[in-house]
Design a protein around this ligand. Sequence first.
Ligand code: NAP
Length: 865
Amino acid sequence: MARSPNGSAAVPAEVDVAVVGAGFSGLYLLYKLRKLGFSAVAFDEAGDVGGTWYWNRYPGARCDIPTTDYAYSFDPQLEQEWTWTEKYATQPEILAYLGHVADRYDLRRDVWFDTRITAAEWDESRRQWLLRTNHDDEVRCRYYVMASGCLSLPKTPDIEGAGRYCGEVYLTGMWPHGPVDFSGKKVAVVGTGSSGIQCIPEIARQAAQLTVFQRTANFSVPAHNGAPPAERLARLADDRDSYREDARWSRGGMPAELTEVSGVTASDQVRRERFENAWRTGELFAILGVFSDQGINPIANEFVAEMIREKIRANVNDPDTADALCPMDHPFGTKRPCLDSGYFETFNLPHVRLVDLRQKPIVTITEAGIELADESFEFDAIVFATGFDAMTGPLVSVNITGANGVTLKDKWAHGPTTYLGLMTSGFPNLFMITGPQSPSVLSNMLVSIEQHVDWVADCLGRLRAESLDRIEPTPLAEAGWVQHNQDCAEITLYPRANSWYMGANVPGKPRVFLPYIGGVDAYRQACQDVAEQDLMGFRLDGPAGARCNDGVIRRIQPDVAIVLDLIASLGLPLMETMTAADARAYSDATAATMPPGPVVGEITDAVLPGPAGDLGYRLYRPPSAGPHPIIAYFHGGGWVLGSQFADEPFCRDLCVRTGAVVVSVDYRHAPEDRYPSAVDDAFAAVQWIAANAAALGGIPGQLAVAGWSAGGNLAAVTCQLARDAGGPEITSQLLLTPVTDGDRARPSYIENGEGFVLTADLMGWFWDHYADEADRAHPTAAPLRGTLAGLPPAVVVTAEFDPLRDEGDAYADALAAAGVPVRHIRARGHIHTSLTMVDAVISGAPVRAEMAEALSAIRLAPVRA
Ligand code: NAP
């Protein structure tokens, strides 16, 4: 029987490319592949094109991205000839659009409908995939593309007794094609995600009684639906190309201005104004972008969350129902927020009731309805709006066997691992459109789909042009991308929610953050960079021979990369071209823009006697009752910049994390006071602090020294001097990205000499200000050249992208070789300055936690007791 509108009874035996899915992705792929001259077919289980919009026909189903942006952009003519009637189009209108696209480009002739690919196996000898359909057809293809959607495998209701119910059962994700009439009926809806929230007001319009079973209250924003947004239409009319290009290089796939307003530091009035403005737009990205820090800072997030709860309470008459509808268990945005049309107001209707499953869980579904511990309900119909096995489900539901005989399901048993969300190693020539670890569901899907399809099509064209026919990501590149994804997610609040983004909605599914959260713009750049670097991280093979430019495309921590981008965008003069006075002013001004760090118990300022006059110090006391161990701390700044106040956020953080009194001491700076003035001051300060420990609230005999950069140099030198002088007793040393030598021929000076804030030239400038060439090899300037035996246990922290990395590593190694206990922490993806950027570079927090833990573990036991 023919299942293709082209009248063919059987699928072709062999094609260049086989595509699974005939939704937005599959249709554009067919169009693109055909244009490139590849033979291609698509398969879809549905009876027609549409993908998710074919199946999700429940009442109220609409897109949640404005139609100005929720449409293809690849053909300006297509854009011109289609006019959307609403800001958020209904499912029938979107389906009609996809039908129009299929007709316009004559795409249906290459789609086999009502056909599911059940299995796929890589045949290495022929370098082909062998696909099997549910009709026992087979098709061989060089390339196999899963364009099967992220939310296309509905979750079967995982509720006790679900199969027993004898009334009408509906799944929002597989809604019948015929009419469904709830008039006069008692209806239950289970689930209050986007699908539930969209269909509940519509079902309430028909049903005689509606009972909503809610497990987790959800944040929802009124869509303010109506005509397509005039402002966006005007921008499109004015310059369509630049609008689309802005979307492609935006964070979420829609042109939007990124704010720099922090929710933490904004005034109440600014917070309220920004929130209300976003609320009025009825756009998801607006409400997700009220503050720059709402996705990463719980305090900023809570401001938005609470303002939404206020709206819910204002709209729902019954206070108990309002309370139950207020989401309290996850930060705003960490579960996909919903757009609604009268959702909360629906609960004011007399025939609508909310059942809070957190208070009264479902015991079982019965033949007649739903049973709670203390109440039974009978229904004519139950609607399950219980969601999807998202992102990985549609991929692993096909029995895909790769080059090593391993199935995709087995490979991903602990979570998906991909390279760019496009491919996965062991599965050559298999591409995914909007796969896990790509922006996909966190973005405007249309922009992400077009980007993926374009990339894949370009890639296939390139392979053909270069006489290659096999492509597969390397394990190294894949591991790097997986790590980068994890790094991106971990600096956000997203992993705190039990969301489908985390796989938490499907029992037994591994908890891994599934989409790439670094942004559409950053992602597009990564894909582009890979392509430009000879498809870096892909092993290529074919008649032209084999080659591979192996590597990891993103190694810098994502928030460090943002800082670097920001600095680059400011176009500031290089510090090494400034006078010392200007460099100090610049450095102080930069420090003033940083978050202050955590609250400590007390901060006091005083002076202590130094060899050439008083030295200022600032003391940070923990909130707990003393006495406490003491850390004498020396600030960074190349012996030229800074003061006892300069590293305040880091000192506060160190104080809170270690529970120690931190005494940040100033020292004389170069060029006014050159080497060894700073050394003399530092050692004198440590002697004084040791002698006055009790008066400072410290525990005598429990003194650590610490320092960052040039301060780390002074801390290391001080330990050597104290050992040689027979005191004071120093129990441990924390050296954060320290200067230990000054040999600028080390590889890290070359690899990281430019572009990572502390440059090789700037370090040269610091040295020139600080010490004469002849003095630089002296152990009190270059502690690496000193005798290291008998020094206090050390915590040495080095950063991957720091010119000083190798001398820090060398110091840690040399200490260990000299028998000194060392904990060497290598801060992956960090630069010289990022670890002290408390609350600004979130990825530094785990490193600081580790260093504090390491310091605490060794600090209390004097070595030479
Ligand atoms: P969902 O967001 O996963 O929501 C499923 C709902 O069912 C949740 O409230 C969930 O509660 C509940 N649930 C699941 N299993 C349950 C159980 N055993 N007992 C009780 N309650 C249970 O799924 P969705 O609403 O279909 O939406 C999925 C995604 O599809 C959306 O986030 C969105 O990305 C997309 N979507 C978009 C639109 C649109 O506006 N364009 C419309 C629909 C869907 P818990 O939260 O406690 O798990």
